[in-house]
Design a protein around this ligand. Structure first.
Ligand SMILES: [Zn+2]
Length: 320
């Protein structure tokens, strides 16, 4: 009798588990972090090390692959701290992560001449490629600053040919919840010890992230028939270092598994026609939609109070 009861219980449990599994779609996403060694303007060399160790510690513990994109000019922000910043970059490689190029000084393709922009790409390789060589790695990914792929198609294609010629694969982005807009306000609150504001910012950031994912998961399904393997744009900042665990939990609840950028880019979506041009960069789902003549409508609205707080900072951040 007891055995029979156990059998019934396990049968109910099994069907319940199958039901829950069916309700959670299997989704995949690769994490990328831009503006290394640290996105924030006022972050010292020592803080950069501390922040990097915290961020990478969580990622390593949870076995999450990630690629970090470097602006080498940031290494020389304050004289005397160069070593610490280089050490922070090395940490990415020692922990088993990968680095890519984000140009030397975060140059926008629409705002500089193509030749100067190409110089920026080459100059952005100096230290990073040396560090990668020490780990028997070669730089293979490039991320456009401001996601700016060029204001006209000829410039865009010439820049792409240049990057391919130097051995790069362009790293697109499909998901972006503007963590950089939160990060400046968050770092200011952190410095002042304002825990209430930090929590409000975190709540808002996670809520907005949820809205962005809701929107683009549905939108991509309508546009291309399925949800592609996603690429998430994040930045090297204290918001992510302190709370990447919360973000990972949110994504897991949505059914996401964490994959390498290489795996994500194997999705056929990334070979679809893409003729997007414009001075304002945007994500690749928008690129595909605009190319097909179906630009996204009614995208989630970014919380205005965060924009206002950000603008009121002594040194308001510019879009990275
Ligand atoms: Zn950037």
């Amino acid at each position: 009798m007891k055995a029979r009861l156990y059998f019934v219980i396990s049968l109910v449990w099994l069907s319940l588990a199958t039901f829950v599994h069916a309700q959670t779609p299997s989704r995949e996403i690769a994490l990328t972090f831009d503006d290394l060694p640290a996105a924030g303007m006022g972050v010292t060399g020592a803080e950069t090390l501390e922040m990097t160790a915290k961020l990478l510690g969580t990622l390593r513990e949870q076995r999450i692959p990630a690629v970090g994109f470097v602006n080498e000019r940031k290494l020389y922000r304050q004289f005397g701290e160069v070593d610490q910043r280089i050490k922070a970059l090395s940490m990415w490689l020692e922990y088993g992560f990968e680095l890519g190029n984000h140009t030397y000084s975060h140059a926008s393709l629409s705002r500089v001449r193509l030749k100067d922009w190409e110089e920026e790409v080459v100059r952005g390789e100096t230290v990073t490629s040396l560090l990668m060589g020490q780990h028997n790695m070669k730089m293979r990914y490039f991320r456009h600053p401001y996601l700016d792929t060029g204001r006209d198609l000829q410039t865009r294609r010439e820049a792409e040919a240049f990057l391919v010629g130097r051995g790069y694969r362009i790293a697109p982005v499909t998901m972006d919840a503007w963590d950089w807009m939160y990060a400046g306000v968050y770092e200011d609150a952190r410095k002042r010890g304002d825990a209430t504001l930090q929590q409000q910012l975190l709540n808002s950031y996670l809520e907005y992230t949820g809205q962005v994912f809701d929107f683009y998961e549905k939108f991509s399904k309508n546009l291309i028939g399925y949800e592609p393997k996603q690429v998430l744009l994040l930045h090297g900042n204290w918001l992510e270092a302190d709370h990447i665990g919360d973000l990972l939990e949110l994504l897991r609840k949505r059914g996401y598994k964490f994959i390498t950028l290489q795996d994500a880019l194997s999705d056929a979506a990334y070979s679809m026609p893409d003729d997007f041009v414009g001075e304002e960069g945007t994500n690749w789902i928008d690129h595909w939609a605009i190319t097909r003549g179906h630009p996204p409508m009614n995208t989630p609205v970014f919380p205005q109070w965060v924009v206002d707080r950000s603008k009121a900072l002594p040194r308001p951040p510019t879009q990275p």
